[in-house]
Design a protein around this ligand. Sequence first.
Ligand code: MG
Length: 130
Amino acid sequence: MKILIVEDDFASRKFMMDYMSKHGECDGTADGEEAVEAYIMAVEDDDPYDLICLDIMMPAMDGYQVLKAIREMENENGVAPADQVKIIMMTALSEEKNVMKAFEMGCSVYCNKPVDVERLESAMEKLGLL
Ligand SMILES: [Mg+2]
């Protein structure tokens, strides 16, 4: 499985990359613009991501904007719903009220931060990735 970790906080990104490396090949980006670039590059290389773990709160382009951009590109490219990249939104508890917005925008599932690995595992299972 090919995974993209999008997280502006270094320690959280490192934790996620170390942890998720047991599930596949992980790339990491520290901001939203780079995440969109990574997504496009992978699609162009015909080696798209299976999973994106996407932080919500990031400077400049936040997780919602990244989610929106990716779903729009998938629509433009005629990607079938079942073939859309799975996206787990990573959210601090204080942001939980905003999570519905993420679902409306096409997020697959969300996990609270700090990350509980059991929750993360069950999220991946729910998405059919394990
Ligand atoms: Mg953040």
